[in-house]
Design a protein around this ligand. Structure first.
Ligand code: CA
Length: 258
């Protein structure tokens, strides 16, 4: 059987800084259930002396690290990989990276190839977002936070992930519209309020060097694929051709600080 295990039955891993990870599919990539926090990122900045501009508003240690560029986030994944390898807390053939776009879709509950225009949101279907569904623009009046909020302030989704909708936009590995100059961000932020902006399949792109107080990231763990089980012929996945890029592919509207 290749069925996705029910929520709560997924494989998990906890790393050296107490971050919980869940597999996005059976035997698949491990994704952090939370965005990378201020306290996680601050340790990296302190040790590497990397530039990290202030967000411009108050952030506690459990808020998502923002004002982090794609390049910063990638440097963090390399730093943490090296650190945990040296400490022996990460298997030698595992490494940190950012989520791939398709992995992020699995975490938010989208089936590969789901419609570009399907009105599915991280909280389900229907507009407007219900109270306490996530940290979005104060104009929507669904949460009490003016800017970022501690990660995990709202309920996890059925796959066990927090803040996939709102709080910080999340950098992904993938290029945006196949342009090497742009990288994908998913999930919208504490500043967003438009129905299309908040859809689960929405994607924006921006240059990998830009830092904005609405941009953060969550970690993924690359690891060897499990031993292949020979599937029975009837359980082979349907041949629908290559997975297409889904969602609204647009240039970022969040290009300026508030
Ligand atoms: Ca988020």
């Amino acid at each position: 059987m290749a069925a996705t295990p029910p929520a709560g039955a997924q494989e998990t891993h906890t790393n050296s800084s107490g971050q919980l990870f869940r597999a996005v599919s059976e035997g698949g990539t491990l994704l952090a259930v939370h965005e990378t926090r201020v306290k996680d990122y601050a340790a990296f900045v302190k040790e590497t002396q990397r530039t990290w501009p202030k967000a411009g508003f108050t952030q506690g240690p459990d808020h998502p690290a923002v004002n982090v560029s794609w390049e910063d986030a990638k440097a963090f994944t390399r730093w943490l990989t090296d650190k945990e390898h040296a400490a022996g807390t990460l298997p030698a053939n595992w490494s940190y990276r950012l989520p791939k776009d398709e992995e992020w879709s699995l975490a938010v509950g989208l089936a590969p190839g789901s419609s570009m225009t399907e009105e599915v949101y991280p909280w389900g279907t229907g507009w407007p977002p219900p109270p306490q569904s996530g940290n979005y623009s104060p104009d929507l009046q669904v949460d009490k936070f003016a800017q970022t909020s501690p990660v995990g302030s709202f309920a996890a989704n059925p796959q066990g992930f927090f803040d996939l909708g709102g709080n910080a936009w999340e950098w992904c590995e993938d290029t945006f519209n196949n342009s090497p100059d742009y990288r994908i961000l998913r999930g919208a932020s504490w500043r967003m309020k438009g129905p299309v902006d908040l859809m689960s399949n929405n994607r924006i792109g921006n240059i990998p060097s830009i830092r904005l107080p609405v941009y953060g990231f969550r970690l993924a763990i690359e690891r060897p694929a499990p031993a292949v089980k020979t599937p029975a012929p009837e359980s082979a996945p349907p041949k629908d051709g290559p997975v297409k890029k889904i969602g609204n592919t647009r240039q970022s509207k969040e290009t300026t600080p508030p």
